[in-house]
Design a protein around this ligand. Structure first.
Ligand SMILES: [Zn+2]
Ligand SMILES: [Zn+2]
Length: 206
């Protein structure tokens, strides 16, 4: 394991807690792009709220909460604003609107050395699904749409679905250099895709 590579990757971001850093490592291991503390929001109540993570490709917010007394009121209030009851055919960028999750510490589970990924949805319940078409992971609310939130393909038969406690949680200091290199390569690819799309929209390429 190459400590320097890990520090470079996760060291790009200063996390407030080890749990947040571990959530970032776990999201990266699943190939999910994340932004840490992307913006300060003003909620309808007038409260200011700085969510921990925004997942720009799949329209999902995550508020990471450690053990003890969880303060999730702001995340729940955000959910009342960004969640939509739509299933299909709506102006929402993602069906069901944006998802707000509470990210918990790993759940102790037999057979998983560092425990399992554990979350709950601030408003309804969400499962983590891997798309059979693009292989991407996204959280879905099953009563709303089975459509992959990343590639938008609807292929329920090929979806693999996981509930809380079913996938391995990662620790940021235990992600191997090999995994980091793979993720870095994947991110570059994602950026290139975005750049190509932007150029196409601007008419710069055919
Ligand atoms: Zn909608
Ligand atoms: Zn997909």
């Amino acid at each position: 394991m190459n400590g320097a590579a890990i520090e470079t990757w996760f060291g790009l971001t200063d996390f407030r807690s080890a749990l947040e850093s571990d959530w970032a490592a776990t999201l990266s291991s699943l190939g999910i792009q994340w932004e840490y503390e992307p913006c300060l929001l003003v909620l309808p109540s007038g409260e200011r709220y700085l969510p921990d993570f925004w997942l720009p490709e799949i329209g999902t917010w995550i508020e990471v909460k450690g053990n003890g007394i969880p303060r999730v009121e702001k995340a729940r209030e955000l959910a009342t604003v960004v969640v939509c009851k739509c299933r299909e055919r709506c102006a929402c960028q993602w069906f069901g609107g944006e998802i707000v999750l509470i990210g918990h510490p790993a759940l102790r589970t037999a057979g998983m050395r560092f425990g399992a990924l554990y979350w709950d949805d601030a408003r309804y319940s969400a499962v983590l699904a891997q798309c059979g078409h693009c292989e991407s992971f996204s959280w879905l609310r099953l009563r709303q749409s089975f459509r992959c939130r990343k590639c938008r393909v609807l292929d329920p038969q090929r979806l693999r679905m996981y509930g809380p406690g079913e996938l391995e949680f990662r620790h940021s200091d235990r992600v191997t250099a090999h995994q980091v290199a793979d993720e870095y390569a994947m991110w570059i690819t994602a950026e290139q895709v975005a750049e190509t799309r932007r150029k196409r929209e601007n008419g710069e390429v055919a």
